[in-house]
Design a protein around this ligand. Sequence first.
Ligand SMILES: C[S@@+](CC[C@H](N)C(=O)[O-])C[C@H]1O[C@@H](n2cnc3c(N)ncnc32)[C@H](O)[C@@H]1O
Length: 321
Amino acid sequence: MEDEVKQMLVAGLNSSPKYIPCWYNYDDQGSTLQQESGVLNQDYYLTRSQISFLQHRVQDIIPDVPNGLTLVDLGSGDCSKTRFVIDELIKRQSTLTFYPLDISGDFLLKAAAKLREEYGDSLAVFPVASDYVQGINQLKQVKGAKLILWIGSMINLPYEDQISTLRLISTMMTDQCRLVFTADITESRDVFLKAYNDDAGVKRTFYQYGVTRLNREEGSMINLDKFSYHLDFVRNTNPQYMSYVTSYVVAKEDIQFTIPGLGIDLVMAKGEQLFFHEGEGLSCKYTLEQLQTIVEKAGLRMIGSFKDTDKHVAFCQCATK
Ligand SMILES: C[S@@+](CC[C@H](N)C(=O)[O-])C[C@H]1O[C@@H](n2cnc3c(N)ncnc32)[C@H](O)[C@@H]1O
């Protein structure tokens, strides 16, 4: 896994344009930053909207099944939002088996330990510390009716990866299973650019965290002062696509930084960009039609979509075809 990570970093830093994949931001420290950025950043509407929906309408996204559900959470983070679903399921079926999956292994294990401590015998927690591909293949062994959550995570993947990951998720679903994923449906450019350019710089620190981690783990001394930071929004109303944010730095001068752990130098000409995501962008925004298209392309069926009162987030409920 470690070698694979290094290979992917080298591929990103040698590509044109250069990038650090967004998933690299997720280790123990990066995950803490990400969770904090959702709460500390007063302008970040999405976390608030997701929580508000789950607080008031969690019943809407949980199907009624005769023999109870097993819960799976993909990209589970600190499981703080998942708790609303856990509480509702325990209310309905008194005990629950829960599989949180996350690439940020240490962070996941801490979250799982906390849940075990709090819920005791009513919750059996089986953390899967893995990326989606390996973890979902493992979770295919889990039998019976499953409620699969994918909250706040699809939006940071390139378009084709969103579809392929949904398709992958469908391989662990039977007709008894339901998938619920969330998507950002905010329309106002001002609202989300403020959220990503918050005054405290919380989001920026998180986006740039890949460089901090590279310096710490791979022995480089990349100096972010040699770059200017940028954030753009690309709106796209084509039903076959999506809107997204791009987050990147631009070299203020010709630079060269050795990255000993990767065996390469980061060489950039003045004006060259280094993106903090692969593919077109991250923090993607959608119309409901665009979401419907993605779900269909993945071979799934959208059976319901629910919006919060501020119309920032859609909870999309899907079944197999
Ligand atoms: C935006 S956070 C959402 C966390 C949580 N679901 C929430 O809503 O608070 C994305 C989560 O997905 C995880 N993640 C990112 N890329 C992943 C991958 N390729 N495989 C598994 N987990 C991944 C991250 O570690 C992080 O916890």
